[in-house]
Write a protein that binds this ligand. Structure first.
Ligand code: SAM
Length: 250
């Protein structure tokens, strides 16, 4: 049976109320599921963190390939369903929690981890930034996001979608756009198309840019892109938190 019809069956069987507030759009295209797992390069030596397993379609595909999967799901209604549908696997650790409240480094123990997820769109950027800034055990992040967000992450200077997110992501990781995914691959159908992107995290010593004061660098980036229509000098000197007067900007 295809994942699409399994997902529809599960939704009916449990009379599951899809939660818009949690960004629940379930992936029902088997080719895309396989494509994500392949793009993430999962093998028997890998520990994978999945954010938002939902009904478990992507989780099952990852469990078949990985040594261990840690899946963190915020919606407590999904936990009994996941326990039942994934009962055959003994390499799953299921956690009912908000991913933004989890200490991933602690969960991983001494293991390096690969993150794989079809991310909830309402908090894509906070999740990505949390993973990039605070978690040192992550090797790579392979995620489905809105197409426009994937484009912003991998753009270089000069394009319209280049902005603070592009710079932040490219400071920590090397991004690779994997594939575009039609909105028709989900139930319920979202309003926009999606894309899968893979971010390979640099070792801190290998980052292409090594600022003396990273906080100052990110402050300047934020200020510059917050006020796109101003000149750089005005945008940066207007940002009170930076405390940089016009006279110090050469
Ligand atoms: N992985 C499933 C799939 O591909 O069909 C579901 C993906 S759905 C786009 C996003 C999932 O993330 C939902 O299951 C939702 O309940 C969960 N979620 C939303 N916010 C979350 C959070 N802060 N922490 C953990 N999971 C969250």
């Amino acid at each position: 049976m295809s994942t699409g019809s399994i997902t529809i069956d599960i939704l009916k069987k449990y009379d599951f109320p899809v939660q818009k507030k949690y960004g629940q759009n379930f992936l029902v295209d088997d080719n895309i599921l396989r494509g994500i797992v392949e793009a993430a390069g999962i093998g028997k030596e890998d520990t994978v963190l999945e954010i938002g397993p939902g009904l478990g379609a992507l989780t099952a595909a990852i469990l078949k390939k990985a040594k261990r999967v840690i899946a963190v799901e915020i919606d407590k209604m999904l936990i009994p369903i996941l326990k039942e549908t994934l009962a055959d696997y003994d390499n799953l650790t299921l956690i009912n929690e908000d991913i933004l409240k989890v200490d991933i480094d602690q969960l991983a123990g001494s293991e390096k981890i690969k993150v794989v997820a079809n991310l909830p769109y309402y908090i894509t950027t906070p999740i990505i930034m949390e993973l990039l800034e605070k978690q040192s055990r992550i090797q790579s992040i392979t995620v489905m996001v809105q197409k426009e967000v994937a484009e912003r992450m991998e753009e270089g200077p000069g394009s319209k979608s280049y902005g603070a997110l592009s710079l932040a992501v490219q400071y920590y990781a090397s991004p690779r756009y994997i594939m575009t995914v039609s909105r028709n691959s989900f139930i319920p159908k979202p309003e926009v198309d999606s894309a899968v992107i893979r971010l390979d995290i640099y070792d801190p010593e290998e980052r292409p840019v090594k600022p003396k004061e990273p906080d100052m660098m990110f402050g300047i980036i934020r200020a510059s892109f917050n006020q796109r229509r101003k000149t750089m000098v005005n945008a940066v000197s207007n940002a009170r938190e930076l405390n940089i007067g016009k006279d110090r900007i050469l």
